[in-house]
Design a binder for this molecule. Structure first.
Ligand SMILES: Cc1ncc(COP(=O)(O)O)c(C=O)c1O
Ligand SMILES: N[C@H](C=O)CCC(=O)O
Length: 429
């Protein structure tokens, strides 16, 4: 595979943007080498600027659950663009997207649209603080909630991959009200709430972690967070930016039957355009300005293009219910990758919920960041590049989940497993 043009474009990008990228997760820091520059996407495939085609398992880090350039999304965008791209005023499409979110996400009674997942989590923790009059927020090591200062503490995703889980620039003053606990550890939660019964404004968490690789919640973990939030009057904030409309139509809260007080959304809710949302109990959402006094705003919030793509995506998911197929395809992939590694004598374990999957180069279950940190990341890097050479585009870090889309066919999954068989043999030494 030649990537001469990719190399040239990226060489120019390095002079123009820090590290040549607009988000560190795509910088290939966890696998070495340099990023591939893409020209277009169609269905389950991406084509780079040199004309090489790849089966895409990143899907823009989650949003493209229908695959690239889905006809319904494309048509909705064309219709919206012909009417103007931004008004900074109410539109009917905002109602349309809000209605779909409220209908589909079990706990959401009212919603506010923002421009990214980061804005959603930042606003949700401000609301939790304003609502409770308390300061402390609990988060879990290896969970990532975007680049909100106070949540860039023991953070996952590229912050973990690139070794800055506590980013420089986050002041001790900002971080002092963030309490970090180990994921899936019930005793740690018990102890914390017993020690700080009246100080905790909210607990924010990924209900299925995608940002230290895919790590499902252990039985009882989500229930324990709910129980403590109820008992101690803290706001339960389920960060469904990644899991929302991904692990089930109603997200992880529907899958696991746990109702949070607030939910944060992003990625799929915008169908590939920049958007985020937060919503939940009407009595809490009623504290947001102008209904209440907690300030939160945005010039482009509720943008006509983003809402059009979001509506088309959610409506298509609702009409077509791809979740059984997503689950069976991803299960096949999980089994195939595991078998390929085993045949080559390489120890691996998997984490999977629905169409989120990670093959960990580790020989014990991964349940927390401490477990994930022990993975053989150098071996993951070699595997990644062998798969690239075989036309399979995987996440460029052990600490990111892969996503299967509704556009992946049986043949795509089979081709990926065949590629993994060869790749595992190649990295065996
Ligand atoms: C769980 C989770 N929360 C929040 C975010 C932040 O979203 P964004 O990148 O759109 O700001 C991400 C992804 O980046 C995420 O995976
Ligand atoms: N893991 C991140 C979000 O889910 C990856 C996206 C990014 O930060 O660029």
């Amino acid at each position: 595979m030649s990537r001469t043009k990719s190399h040239e474009v990226f060489a120019r990008a390095k002079h123009l943007m820090p590290g040549g990228v607009n988000s560190p997760a795509r910088a290939f820091g966890g696998v070495g080498g340099e990023p591939i520059v893409f020209e277009r996407g169609q269905g389950a495939y991406l084509v780079d600027v040199d004309g090489n085609q790849y089966i895409d398992y990143i899907g823009s880090w989650g949003p493209m659950i229908l695959g690239h350039l889905h006809p319904a999304v494309r048509e909705a965008l064309h219709a919206a663009v012909d009417q103007g791209t931004s008004f900074g005023a109410p539109t009917e499409r905002e109602n349309g997207l809000a209605e779909l979110i409220i209908e589909l996400v079990p706990s959401v009674e009212q919603v506010r649209l923002v421009n990214s997942g980061t804005e959603a989590t930042m606003s949700a923790i401000r609301l939790a603080r304003g609502f409770t009059g308390r300061n402390k927020i609990v988060k879990f090591a290896g969970n990532y909630h975007g680049h909100v200062d106070s949540l860039l503490v023991a953070a996952g995703s590229a912050a973990a991959t690139l070794g800055v889980p506590n980013s420089p620039g986050v002041t001790p003053g900002t971080a002092q009200d963030t309490i970090v606990l180990p994921y899936n550890n019930l005793e740690a939660l018990d102890q914390l709430f017993a020690e700080h019964p009246d100080e905790i404004a909210g607990v924010i968490f990924e209900p299925v972690v995608g940002n230290m690789g895919c790590v499902p919640p252990m039985p009882g973990f989500l229930e324990k967070i709910r129980e403590h939030c109820d008992h101690y009057g803290a706001v339960m904030i389920m960060d469904e930016v990644m899991t929302g409309f991904r692990v089930a139509m109603g997200g992880a809260q529907q899958l696991f039957g746990i109702k949070p007080d607030l939910t944060t959304l992003g990625k799929i809710v915008g169908g590939g355009l920049p958007i985020g949302a937060y919503g939940g109990r009407a009595d809490i959402m009623g504290h947001i300005m102008p209904a209440g006094e907690v300030y939160q705003a945005g010039t482009l919030s509720g943008n006509p293009l983003a809402t059009a793509a979001g509506i088309a995506t959610l409506q298509t998911l609702k009409d077509t219910n791809p979740y059984p197929q997503l689950d069976s395809h991803t299960q096949l992939l999980e089994q195939g990758l595991t078998a390929a590694a085993a045949e080559a004598g390489i120890p691996t374990v998997t984490g999977r919920v629905g169409s989120m999957l990670t093959l960990f180069f580790h020989n014990e279950p991964v349940r927390s960041w401490d477990d994930a940190a022990k993975c053989d990341t150098a071996r993951y890097g070699k595997y990644f590049w062998e798969m690239i050479e075989r036309g399979i585009y995987l996440p460029c870090s052990q600490y990111e989940a892969l996503f299967v889309s509704a556009a992946h066919s049986d043949a795509d999954i089979a081709k990926t497993i065949d590629a993994a068989k060869d790749a595992m043999l190649a990295i065996k030494k």
